[in-house]
Write a protein that binds this ligand. Structure first.
Ligand code: NDP
Ligand code: HSE
Length: 419
C-alpha cells in the first residue's frame, strides 16, 4: 500500500487533535483512501514542551522548518500554527515545492486566499482550508461542491464558538463577558489573542472567506463592518428575556441585484429564527441559494476534535487528488461591498432617563417604535421600524442633541434587530 507522508506544522490544540484522529481512525482512513496516511515530521519550536506525547516510530519532532518543506519524501504539509507571517512563508514554500497544503488558518486565507490558491494551481497541487470556517461544519465543501449549481444569495451564521459560548452564559446565568472568557480559553475554543473572538475579527475573516467563495471574487475583510460583543451587557439580556428574544453575534453576507452587503455584529433575534437555538460553543449557519431555497447547518464550530475532523477530511480529499489541482472558483477580482449605512435593520435602543411621553417623543425621531420597560430601571428601550443604518444614525444624533439640551441622558445602547 502507498504511504503518503505529512509534515505537521505546529502541535497545539488542533494539531494534536489531528494527530489523535489520524492514529485512532487509521484503519478506516486506509480503507477509504487505499493509502497509508502517515505523520512523518512535526515542526515545533520546543520539542520538550511535547515530551509527554508519545510519537509512533515513523514520526519525529523537527525544529528546522526546511526539514518539513524541503524533504522530497513529504507530499503534504498541514499548517496548524496560525498567524499570517511565518505561516504564509511556510504555505508558500510548501506549494512551490509542489506539496499539497491543508490549513485551519482563517487569518491567512482571508488575507492571501486567492494568491495561495493560484500558487497551488500553478504548481498542480491543492490548498484546502475546511477547518478555517466553522470548525467541524463542512460549510466550505458545501459551497464549492454540494451547492455548485446554485447562485448563493445569503449566508447568515453564528460563526464564532467562543462568543456564542460567552453570550449563552450571559443569557442563561446573567454573567459578564469577562467572567466567561477564561472558561472558553481553558476549553481550547478561543484564539491566542482573545480580541480576535470578542471584537468579531475571527467571524469577520470567516464571513470574508465564505462571501468570497459565494461570489467567486475576493471580499476583503477590511471592507466588512465588524462589531464584537464587548458592549453587550447583562441588562441587554434582561430586555431580551422580557421580549422573548436573544442576542447572537452574526456574520452575514447578502447578494441582491448584484450588490453585496457583509457585516459582523450582535443581532437581536426572535424565537422563530432558526439560529435562536444555536447555543454554547456550537455554530449554525443558514445558506440561501437561488435554486436550493434555505438550508441550515449546525454543529461544533471549534475545539480539538471537531476541527481536526475537518482537517482530516481535507487531508483525505488532497490524498484522493494527490497529483492534480481541483479549482474552487475563488478569484482575485475585488468584490465591492455596500457601505453599512445602506444596510437596513430594525434597532433595539436603550434610552437613559425618564420622558413624559416616551412614545410620542421618540416617534418624532425614529418613526413608530415599540416601547419596552423593565421594572425599577431609570431607562427604557424602544424597538424601531426598519430603516437604513444611515437614517438611524441621523435620527439618533438628533435625538441625543435634543436630550442633552434638556439635561436628559439620551441613548445608552443600540443593537441591530432581525425581528
Ligand atoms: P494553539 O495555540 O493551540 O497551537 C498553535 C501551535 O502552533 C503551537 O504548537 C505553537 O507552538 C505553534 N506555533 C505558533 N506559531 C509558531 C511559529 N511561529 N513557529 C512555530 N510554531 C508555532 O492553536 P490552535 O490549535 O487552537 O489553532 C491553530 C490554528 O487553527 C489557528 O489558525 C486557529 O485559528 C485555527 N483554528 C482553531 C480552532 C480551535 O478550536 N482551536 C478551530 C478552527 C480553526 P508554541 O507552543 O511553541 O507556541
Ligand atoms: N476561536 C474560534 C471560535 C475557533 O471560537 O470559533 C474556531 O475558528
Amino acid at each position: 500500500m502507498t504511504t503518503i507522508k505529512i509534515a505537521l506544522l505546529g502541535f497545539g490544540t488542533v494539531a494534536q487533535g489531528t494527530f489523535n484522529l489520524l492514529q485512532d481512525n487509521a484503519e478506516l482512513i486506509r480503507n477509504r483512501t487505499g493509502v497509508n496516511v502517515e505523520i512523518s515530521k512535526i515542526f515545533v519550536r520546543n520539542p520538550d514542551k511535547y515530551s509527554h506525547i508519545t510519537l509512533p516510530e515513523t514520526a519525529q519532532y523537527v525544529t528546522d522548518i526546511d526539514e518539513g518543506l524541503k524533504d522530497d519524501s513529504i507530499q503534504m504539509v498541514v499548517e496548524l500554527m496560525g498567524g499570517t507571517n511565518f505561516a504564509k512563508d511556510c504555505v508558500e514554500g510548501a506549494l512551490k515545492a509542489k506539496k499539497n497544503v491543508v490549513t485551519a488558518n482563517k487569518d491567512l486565507l482571508a488575507e492571501a486566499g486567492p494568491y495561495l490558491l493560484d500558487l497551488a494551481s500553478k504548481n498542480g497541487v491543492d490548498l484546502r482550508f475546511e477547518a478555517s470556517v466553522l470548525g467541524g461544519i463542512p460549510i466550505i465543501r458545501t459551497l464549492y461542491e454540494s451547492l455548485a449549481g446554485n447562485r448563493i444569495t445569503e449566508i447568515i451564521g453564528i460563526m464564532n464558538g467562543t462568543t456564542n459560548f460567552i453570550l449563552t452564559k450571559m443569557s442563561e446565568e446573567g454573567l459578564e463577558y469577562n467572567d466567561v472568557l477564561s472558561d472558553a480559553q481553558a476549553k481550547g475554543y478561543a484564539e491566542r489573542n482573545p480580541d480576535a473572538d470578542v471584537e468579531g475579527y475571527d467571524a469577520c475573516r470567516k464571513i470574508a472567506i465564505l462571501a468570497s467563495l459565494a461570489t467567486e471574487k475576493t471580499v476583503s475583510y477590511d471592507d466588512i463592518y465588524t462589531e464584537g460583543i464587548t458592549k453587550i451587557t447583562d441588562i441587554d439580556f434582561k430586555y431580551a428575556e422580557k421580549m422573548g428574544t436573544s442576542i447572537k453575534l452574526f456574520g452575514t453576507s447578502r447578494i441582491k441585484d448584484g450588490k453585496v452587503s457583509a457585516y459582523v455584529a450582535p443581532v437581536m433575534i426572535s424565537k422563530n429564527n432558526p439560529l435562536y437555538s444555536v447555543n454554547d460553543v456550537f455554530n449554525g449557519i443558514v445558506v440561501k441559494g437561488n435554486m436550493l431555497g434555505t438550508s441550515m447547518f449546525y454543529g461544533s464550530g471549534a475545539g480539538k476534535l471537531p476541527t481536526a475532523s475537518a482537517v482530516v477530511a481535507d487531508i483525505i480529499e488532497a490524498v484522493q487528488n494527490i497529483d492534480k489541482n481541483v479549482p474552487l472558483g475563488w478569484t482575485d477580482e475585488k468584490q465591492e461591498i455596500l457601505p453599512m449605512d445602506q444596510t437596513k435593520f430594525r434597532y433595539f435602543i436603550r434610552v437613559a432617563g425618564s420622558y413624559r411621553n416616551k412614545e410620542q417623543e421618540l416617534n418624532e425621531y425614529f418613526g413608530k417604535a415599540e416601547v419596552v420597560e423593565l421594572y425599577g430601571m431609570d431607562e427604557f428601550a424602544i424597538l424601531t421600524k426598519e430603516m437604513t443604518e444611515g437614517e438611524l444614525k441621523a435620527a439618533a444624533s438628533a435625538f441625543d442633541t435634543k436630550a442633552q439640551s434638556r439635561s436628559e441622558y439620551g441613548i445608552k445602547q443600540m443593537i441591530r434587530a432581525a425581528l
